[in-house]
Design a protein around this ligand. Structure first.
Ligand SMILES: [Zn+2]
Ligand SMILES: [Zn+2]
Ligand SMILES: [Zn+2]
Length: 167
C-alpha cells in the first residue's frame, strides 16, 4: 500500500494510516464546534480530548486519569470526569459502556446515538452511525411502549487487520 490511509467515518482505519491527521482533524472540528456554541475548550478539556483520540481504541477512564496525573498536577478525578462530561455533552466523544471507556466521535455536531463495531483483539472501534438502525430501534421500542434512555450499540468482533493476522 503506497497511499497513506486516513480514517474516515464508518471505516476501520488502516494500521499504518497517519493518525496525526485524525487527531488534527478532530481537534479542528472540536474547536469549531465549541466556538459556534460559545463553549470553552479549556486546556484540560483539550488535553483530555487529545488523550481520548490517542488511538481509535476506546480509552478507559482509569487509564486517562493515570496518564493525566503523570503529566499535570491537580488533575483530580472529579476534574477529569467533568472534562469528560463536557466533551460527551457536546457530542465530541462517546462512552463505550461495555468497556467503561471513551472514544472520539467521527461526526461531532450531528445528533446520533453512537453505533460501534469494536475489535476484541486490538480494541479499535469504528463508528457506523446508520440512521436506519436507529429508526428500527425507535419503532420497535415505541411498539412495545418502551421509553428509551440510551441507544448506544456496541458490536464486538474482529477488524480486517486482526482477521488477516489470524489467518
Ligand atoms: Zn487515526
Ligand atoms: Zn459519534
Ligand atoms: Zn483489530
Amino acid at each position: 500500500m503506497n497511499k497513506t490511509m486516513t480514517a474516515t467515518k464508518g471505516a476501520f482505519p488502516g494500521v499504518r494510516h497517519d493518525h496525526g491527521d485524525c487527531v488534527a482533524g478532530a481537534l479542528r472540528a472540536a474547536e469549531e464546534l465549541c466556538a459556534q456554541r460559545g463553549a470553552r475548550l479549556t486546556k484540560l478539556r483539550r488535553r483530555v480530548f487529545e488523550l481520548v483520540w490517542s488511538s481509535h481504541a476506546p480509552v478507559g477512564a482509569y487509564d486517562l486519569l493515570r496518564r493525566l496525573a503523570r503529566e499535570r498536577d491537580g488533575a483530580a478525578p472529579p476534574t477529569v470526569y467533568r472534562a469528560l462530561d463536557f466533551l460527551r455533552g457536546h457530542g465530541l466523544i462517546h462512552r463505550i459502556e461495555s468497556l467503561n471507556a471513551f472514544v472520539g466521535c467521527c461526526a461531532p455536531g450531528l445528533a446520533h446515538a453512537g453505533q460501534f463495531l469494536i475489535c476484541s483483539a486490538c480494541g479499535t472501534a469504528a463508528e457506523i452511525d446508520d440512521p436506519r438502525l436507529d429508526a428500527a430501534i425507535e419503532k420497535r421500542a415505541k411498539a412495545l411502549g418502551f421509553a428509551i434512555q440510551r441507544k448506544t450499540i456496541e458490536v464486538e468482533g474482529l477488524c480486517p487487520p486482526c482477521q488477516a493476522r489470524r489467518s
